[in-house]
Ligand binder design. Sequence first.
Ligand SMILES: *[C@@H]1O[C@H](CO)[C@@H](O)[C@H](O)[C@H]1NC(C)=O
Ligand SMILES: *[C@@H]1O[C@H](CO)[C@@H](O)[C@H](O)[C@H]1NC(C)=O
Ligand SMILES: *[C@@H]1O[C@H](CO)[C@@H](O)[C@H](O)[C@H]1NC(C)=O
Ligand SMILES: *[C@@H]1O[C@H](CO)[C@@H](O)[C@H](O)[C@H]1NC(C)=O
Ligand SMILES: *[C@@H]1O[C@H](CO)[C@@H](O)[C@H](O)[C@H]1NC(C)=O
Ligand SMILES: *[C@@H]1O[C@H](CO)[C@@H](O)[C@H](O)[C@H]1NC(C)=O
Ligand SMILES: CC(=O)N[C@H]1CO[C@H](CO)[C@@H](O)[C@@H]1O
Length: 399
Amino acid sequence: MMLKSLLSVSALAAAAGAVTFNVGSSGNATAPTQYGIMFEDINNSGDGGVYAELVQNRAFQGNEIFPSNLWWWHPIGGAHLSLKKLSNPLSDALPTSMQVKAGSGDTIGFWGFPVKADWQYNGSFYINGRFDGNVDVSLVSNTTGDTYASASVDVASKGNAWTQYHYTFQPTSDAPDSNNTLRFTMPASGVKGPLNFNLLSLFPPTYNDRPNGNRIDLMEAMAGMKPSLFRLPGGNNLEGNQPPYYWDWKKTLGPLENRPGYPGTWGYQNTDGLGLVEYMLWAQDLGMEPILDVWAGLYLNGTHVAKSDLQPYVDDALDELEFLTGDVSTPWGSRRAELGYPDPWPIRFVEIGNEDSLSMGGHTYRQYRFDMFYHAIKAKYPNITIIARRIHPHWKELD
Ligand SMILES: *[C@@H]1O[C@H](CO)[C@@H](O)[C@H](O)[C@H]1NC(C)=O
Ligand SMILES: *[C@@H]1O[C@H](CO)[C@@H](O)[C@H](O)[C@H]1NC(C)=O
Ligand SMILES: *[C@@H]1O[C@H](CO)[C@@H](O)[C@H](O)[C@H]1NC(C)=O
Ligand SMILES: *[C@@H]1O[C@H](CO)[C@@H](O)[C@H](O)[C@H]1NC(C)=O
Ligand SMILES: *[C@@H]1O[C@H](CO)[C@@H](O)[C@H](O)[C@H]1NC(C)=O
Ligand SMILES: *[C@@H]1O[C@H](CO)[C@@H](O)[C@H](O)[C@H]1NC(C)=O
Ligand SMILES: CC(=O)N[C@H]1CO[C@H](CO)[C@@H](O)[C@@H]1O
């Protein structure tokens, strides 16, 4: 053994004689921002994916593209479920609620519900109506009917007012699969009239234990990739399919009650529970440098905002930068502080638009859209590196 390795070392030394390695001099360093993640809510990678909320269609959000519906909710015990727009809605952003008459209901979530013995689940719901008794919430196998976890929520609801209730439970064993439902049951004796529910939420433990946070397994997998960049929030999902819908960061802030959601570009309603602040926390938690993609006036159906109408959207991007980076004495910096984040999130990279040559958008991007954003951002934030999309030799073909 010894002889053999000595021989191979000397053979290597002889072979290496012909080559000069210059390991002492400094080479071209790999950019610290070489690798990263581009994220967009596509195929439920956000809602139903990294965003840990387990209840699908938790707040019956909708619009003219994806009207509110009762998908994923089922009546049990002879109940009747319907959508209502009460004169006293939970909030302006969440005007539609689910009315339950004579019975109970359950939901199958996104892909069922994962049931883990060591997990503490945190849930909540709003109720409006006359009820005096306990609402039992449980995780039940859809195959065997076994109950894995349950909480009994003492509810005293008087009438036409919304009250939020919180519950928590911890299963005592793992379920063999995720074919489980979340079940809400109420004793008929306590029900004094129609009951209305909204914002029915259930979270498993989240990464860094953040309320309204992200799934631990997916965050750990991403952390393992050691990403340095994080491009958000898309993708075509930034642009929106048609006016007036685009990813409007202002509608993704604050309590979930204030977020109307958005008709995503990939065929489903987005809750916007994963909003601008949540993206920043995600970047922060994984040590990633954000590349903020700002909407640049193109809807995917080909409508582009005319030059004379574009300035408010440019101002919107400036507000977004002030919200993220501004001192607490600025209007939007103070809004950030109000939400609990006095420290700014530095932004060094901004991308103007997404694939803004799509849908014949290249022409207006070149003519005025890119320039208006570029000059306004540069004037206020000279140190920000601005990234353009789709300027390449074949540009004309994409017009
Ligand atoms: C979504 O996922 C399905 C199944 O994996 C795949 O066939 C489809 O191409 C995906 N859609 C998009 C838009 O990525
Ligand atoms: C499974 O869920 C569906 C939908 O809620 C329900 O109709 C069915 O009774 C459930 N089956 C079992 C075994 O719990
Ligand atoms: C879940 O269980 C129900 C009732 O046994 C069954 O009808 C359904 O196909 C199952 N779903 C999945 C995804 O396995
Ligand atoms: C769940 O609730 C517990 C107890 O109130 C709290 O410590 C924890 O942070 C919550 N977790 C999440 C993900 O909100
Ligand atoms: C895009 O959608 C808007 C709103 O629905 C509509 O008014 C407009 O005509 C559409 N544009 C194109 C090019 O289809
Ligand atoms: C830009 O960066 C320089 C050098 O780091 C710094 O001195 C200056 O304050 C920055 N300007 C702005 C507007 O942030
Ligand atoms: C240390 C260093 O920067 N080396 C080289 C990196 O690459 C460029 C050309 O791409 C050279 O000019 C540098 O000398």
